[in-house]
Design a protein around this ligand. Structure first.
Ligand SMILES: [Zn+2]
Length: 272
């Protein structure tokens, strides 16, 4: 009986890990399965830590070599993972978890826009969050419903700390630290929540590790949005209405999503 329970526990644990890694990185689940199944066949008594280390090594190797070359067959390329360019990840997790894949056209537009932003202000970078997974144009990138085809990318607002641009989002994941409507500003968030769209501010759960000393920088956020709008391919930019008004943006392409999505006063959603 005890042995049966032990086997059951191991099966549930591996099942959980495979689902979790598939949802966060697309390929992590399958790599986990292959590595641990191989250990089971070859030498099942190997200590778990060693198996885990081998998984991490093989996973990282795959992310750096096999995944980018296979992704090309699906029409996807990774955004830069280096922190030194003008288009940078909010943190290393985004490239490590394969959440930085876009179409070659999207990448070209983003790189060009980031360079133009840097020409306007050499201290300002374009910082990306979630884009899409490398394989498949249909599989959404959880928890985003619409991020699948590689033409949609989330970007950080510009923030200042002690008067200097930070080039980082304002929480650990870059989501969930809202720039709330001020008194007298249009409050879409309140309306959506009052109308029963309880998921509208669900991204608050991603807002752990808030950097409260970061100050939203409307001037430079507007600069990023204006440079994005200069591309004729730009189709939509989602931000909350109160921020659009506060920054004095008039373009029809910049709008709030409506209550069916999540609030966008913590990041910019860009799509071509
Ligand atoms: Zn988005």
């Amino acid at each position: 009986m005890l042995k049966f329970l032990k086997v059951l526990f191991i099966l549930i644990f591996h099942g959980f890990m495979i689902i979790l890694l598939s949802l966060t990185s697309q390929v992590g689940g399958i790599i986990w399965f292959v590595v641990f199944f191989t250990w089971l066949v070859v030498r099942y008594k190997t200590p778990f830590v060693l198996k885990l280390v081998s998984f991490l090594g093989i996973y990282l190797l795959a992310v750096m070599t096999i995944v980018p070359s296979l992704a090309r067959k699906f029409g996807k390329v990774p955004m830069p993972s280096s922190m030194s360019g003008n288009l940078v990840p909010h943190n290393a997790l985004y490239p490590i978890l394969n959440r930085n894949y876009v179409t070659p056209q999207t990448l070209k537009i983003l790189l060009k826009t980031a360079d133009e932003v840097a020409i306007a202000n050499p201290e300002l970078k374009m910082v990306y969050l979630d884009a899409s997974f490398p394989f498949s144009k249909e599989m959404p990138l959880p928890p985003h419903i619409s991020h699948s085809n590689g033409r949609k990318v989330d970007l950080c607002f510009a923030y200042k700390k002690n008067g200097k641009l930070t080039n980082k989002g304002s929480s650990i994941l870059g989501y969930g630290h809202f720039v709330e409507p001020k008194d007298g500003e249009y409050n879409q968030v309140e309306q959506c929540l009052a109308n029963g769209h309880t998921l509208y501010d669900a991204s608050k759960y991603a807002g752990f590790g808030k950097r409260r000393d970061y100050e939203f920088d409307p001037y430079h956020t507007r600069l990023i949005i204006e440079k994005l709008l200069e591309n004729k391919e730009t189709n939509r930019i989602y931000i909350e209405e109160h921020l659009k008004q506060r920054m004095g943006i008039v373009s029809e392409k910049v709008r709030s999503t409506g209550c069916w999505a999540v609030r966008h006063d913590d990041h910019i959603h860009f799509q071509i």
